[in-house]
Ligand binder design. Sequence first.
Ligand SMILES: [Zn+2]
Ligand SMILES: [Zn+2]
Length: 335
Amino acid sequence: MQRVVFTGDSRVDVREAPTPEPNVGEVLIRVGASAICGSEMKRYRAPDALPGNPGHEMVGEVVESRGDTGPAVGRRVAVNIITGCGDCAACRAGDRRFCADQGYVFNGHAEYVVAPAVNCLPMPDDLPDDDGVLIGGDTLGVAYHALARICLRPRDTVAIVGCGPVGLGFVRLLAFYGVRVIAAEISPQRRDLAKRVGAETVIDPSAGDALAAIREATGGRGVDVGIDASGSDAGVNLALDAVRDEGTFVFAGAGHTATINPWTQFLEKELTAYGVWYFVDRDYYGLLDLYRQGLRVNDLITHRFPLAQAPAAYDLFDRGETGKVIFTPNGASEP
Ligand SMILES: [Zn+2]
Ligand SMILES: [Zn+2]
C-alpha cells in the first residue's frame, strides 16, 4: 500500500509500505478520508524524519477484524485516536484521555491503518466519509467538547481567535447554535471562510487594534466567551483580554506556550477558564444528533487530494490559507 512519510524539513514522501496487520483486539481499516491537522505542522517542519506520519483524523471501512467485540467487517468507522491501558480508573470510567499510559493511533495518511476495535466509532450509512472525518475527528470534536462544557446562553457573544480548521469548527457550531460570533484571523482567505461559515464580524489583528475592534463590536463591554484556537501567545492574550468581567475563557489552541497575567486577566475580572483536550466518544454521538438536525460541515473542507499529491497538499496547508485539507487515499468519490 501507499502511505505518507515525514522526511523532515517541511517535506513528505509517498512510499510503498506493507499493509499493516491487526493484532488481537484490533481492526484493519481501508481509509476513505484522512484529514491534515494543524497539530501535525510542528512535526512537518522539524528537521528529523519520522518512520511514518502523524495522520490522526481518518475514517474508512473495516476490512479485517481481530476484535471479539467492536465493528464487524464491512462497517464504516471513524477513530477516536487516544489509547489507554484499559485498566486504570480513567480507562474504566471510559475516558482514556486521562490514562497515565496513553498512546495515539497514527499513520492515518495511508491506504490502510490499524486501530484498536475499542477506538472505532461506527458511522451511519448516510454519513459520507468527508463529513465523517470532520465529525469523528478533532476538527469539530474539540469545538463540541468545549461548548458542551461551558455555560453558553443564547444572547452571548463569542470571540474566536484563530480560524484554522478548529477555529472554523467553533464558528460553524456557534452559528448553528444561533450565537453571535466575532472571529479574529490574520489570513484573508481564512477570514473569508469564517464569514462564510457563520461569523457575524471578522477582524484582522494585523491591521490595527483588534482588542479595540472587539470592544467596539460589543458596545465596549467585551465578549461573554473568548476562545483561543490560534495556538499563539498573541492569540491567547487577545482572546483573554476580549472577555468581559465574569466571562469565560477557553484554551483550545494546542501545542504552544503563552505569557499571561493572572492578576489583570483572571483575578480582577473573576474570569472562568477551561482547558479543552481532544474529545470523548459521547461528543461524536452529540455531533451526529446535530448533523441530523441540519448541521452542515462539508464547506469546512476547501481542498481534496489523492495520497500521491501529499507534498503539494502539505505545502498548501502550511501556508495557513486553507480550511480543512483532506486525502482520499482509496480514491473516494467527491460529494
Ligand atoms: Zn487533529
Ligand atoms: Zn488507563
